[in-house]
Write a protein that binds this ligand. Sequence first.
Ligand SMILES: *[C@@H]1O[C@H](CO)[C@@H](O)[C@H](O)[C@H]1NC(C)=O
Length: 240
Amino acid sequence: MLVSTATYTTILASALVLFASSNLTPAAEAHSWMDCVNWKFHSRTNPDFSDKGGYCRGYARRYPKDLNFGTLDDASPSRHYQQAGNPNTALPCSDRRHGKDIGSDETMGDPVSSAYGGKYGEMATIRSGETLCVRWPAKNHAEGNEDNTIVQINLIKSRNSQDATQAELLRNTIARLPYKNCSRGSGTDKKPCGGCFKMPARSPGLYLLQWRWMLNPGEWYTSCADIQIEDDKRGNKRRL
Ligand SMILES: *[C@@H]1O[C@H](CO)[C@@H](O)[C@H](O)[C@H]1NC(C)=O
């Protein structure tokens, strides 16, 4: 078949337009993680998860706090961690070696506090009964055509030298948050999102808090943070 030069030029031009517009839209397959486990809003009346709207008083494990929000997809190591195999028995926190996406490192510190401070963010301290807000970047999954998927928050008392199993964490879900709860932000990739819930009464001590997001059925991404829980504000010593 003969294609005229004019037709050919038109086809070429459309292909270029398609190529250019797809380049403007960031990769749709980017995946998320929790950066902050204790976000503080500057304003109660206008709560905002963007860097302008507040600050972080407690990070995920080994979180490189000096990197710009939402930018860790291509960093080495990258941040997101997709659990591989059966999500009920998969490793709960990334260790650079396991998972569908290898690289992210949220290994428990030895001591636990060594995963915080210096180049990493600080560890969170929370009181029972306090409202806790956690934050994550949208990574293009908070748009109108995306399902409002679920973020689980799992909380379990820390043990020496080894994290609880995923099965144990799943018996300790304390909150379910809508993924698409986002503030205004630059673009669809780095839009800041988050959720807030009341910290249930727990005996004081060190806990593992797991953020666990289901992007597609059975496809889970996790982030882990150690948090120190203190007695509630009224000084009640509730022991559960
Ligand atoms: C949604 O985000 C706002 C801040 O923009 C926050 O105040 C609210 O608690 C969040 N909702 C949920 C269900 O977490």
